[in-house]
Unconditional design. Structure first.
Lengths: 107, 118
């Protein structure tokens, strides 16, 4: 099974900060990675797929990069509505594993 | 706009079978190259992928649950379903149904809480 490890698990930041979350895969997954945002009590929302393609309707302050085993999600200027938990998911194998999540909190 | 809605009992007794149905609206479950998936999330924890089905009936399951999981599809009703047998308290979670496109899961149901308790 492909394992995904996100870092950090918790992140405290201020509005306007640039935020970067890393997702590392236990083996190469090419660009088969997606990022999701989840707010309390809500279903996750797809932000980025194919490692760097922005899902329709997602603000351009979100960006993704990486391939192989290391990936990043960057929020260029953190907005109040961005405080949430973020998950990566690999789509390289039929077993669609998720990372453990990164909670972005208000500093 | 595609919408998904989970339905089923919110309380299941230990050792019994959890059964949920997802109704898809706003589009045919048979159209397009999509898998239809189930994901769950215990309270305060992360997401666990359970499995998925293609409209041909082809399925993939999480190996950790494979012996207890069955996912089926009813294209005439535009629905797909999850059955999880021999449940324990560890199966208590919010269960989501979702549409899995090639790049990721683009549509999710709102989620339904299933509690396993006697």
């Amino acid at each position: 099974d492909i394992q995904l490890t996100q870092s950090p698990s918790f992140l405290s930041a201020s509005v306007g900060d640039r935020v970067t979350i890393t997702c590392r895969a236990s083996q190469g997954i090419s660009s088969y990675l997606a990022w999701y945002q989840q707010k309390p009590g809500k279903a996750p929302k797809l932000l980025i797929y194919a490692a760097s393609t922005l899902q329709s309707g997602v603000p351009s302050r979100f960006s993704g990069s990486g391939s192989g085993t290391e990936f990043t999600l960057t929020i260029s200027s953190l907005q109040p509505e961005d405080f949430a938990t973020y998950y990566c998911q690999q789509l390289n194998s039929y077993l669609r594993t998720f990372g453990q999540g990164t909670k972005v909190e208000i500093k | 706009q595609v919408q998904l809605q989970e339905s089923g009992p919110g309380l299941v007794k230990p050792s019994q079978t959890l059964s949920l149905t997802c109704t898809v609206s706003g589009g045919s479950i048979s159209s397009g190259s999509y898998y239809w998936s189930w994901i769950r999330q215990p309270a305060g924890k992360g997401l666990e992928w359970i499995g998925r089905i293609y409209t041909s009936g082809s399925t993939n399951y999480n190996p950790s649950l494979k012996s207890r999981v069955t996912i089926s599809v009813d294209t005439s009703k535009n629905q797909f379903s999850l059955k999880l047998s021999s449940v324990t308290a560890a199966d208590t979670a919010v269960y989501y149904c979702a549409r899995d496109k090639v790049g990721g899961i683009d549509y999710w149901g709102q989620g339904t809480l299933v509690t396993v308790s006697s």
